[in-house]
Design a protein around this ligand. Structure first.
Ligand code: HEC
Length: 137
């Protein structure tokens, strides 16, 4: 965890606080992000962080790399996506020493969208700046 960023008190602080605190556009979005936060912690956080590589890749920017139509089947069963010959999946699997991510057949499409909403809300902020709940894991 990059704690050094906490040491720089000064003019940047108030600005940074407003920049990193993502404000949901409406109560539905806030609820989706909160649901995604809980799902992420119970299913994904052992291997993933939003902004740092852990066992698996940092998930920040995932919606720019992959469409939701790729992410959903991947989370449901990544082995199946790899076996289908999907070029990105095969390369990623190779890059991560063929470490298989578990399948999550019980997560609904909406569950996965909520996780993605949570990831998007956390992007670009270091864990110590804006997500104390994540920083303690
Ligand atoms: C046991 C470890 C583990 C768990 C738990 C896990 N993953 Fe993964 N994940 C990986 C690994 C390793 C990769 C890299 C690809 C590979 O090796 O198959 C990956 C890749 C990914 C990718 C592609 C990332 C990219 O940059 O293209 C996404 C999206 C993803 N995981 C989402 C999730 C979500 C959402 C959850 C929770 C529901 C989750 N993962 C749970 C290990 C895990």
């Amino acid at each position: 965890m990059p704690i050094d960023s906490l040491g720089k008190a000064g003019m940047g602080d108030s600005l940074r606080a407003t920049v990193v605190a993502y404000v949901p556009a409406n109560p539905q979005e806030a609820a989706a992000i909160a649901a995604g936060d809980a799902l992420f912690k119970s299913n994904c956080a052992q291997c993933h962080a939003v902004n740092e590589k852990v066992v698996g890749p940092a998930l920040a920017g995932i919606t720019k790399r992959r469409s939701i139509n790729w992410i959903i089947p991947w989370v449901h069963n990544s082995a199946k996506v790899i076996a289908s010959g999907d070029e990105y999946a095969v390369r990623l699997y190779g890059d991560y020493s063929k470490q298989q991510m578990p399948a999550f057949p019980n997560l609904t499409d909406q569950n996965i969208k909520n996780i993605v909403a949570f990831v998007s809300a956390q992007e670009g902020s270091s864990a110590t700046d804006s997500a104390p709940a994540l920083a303690v894991q």
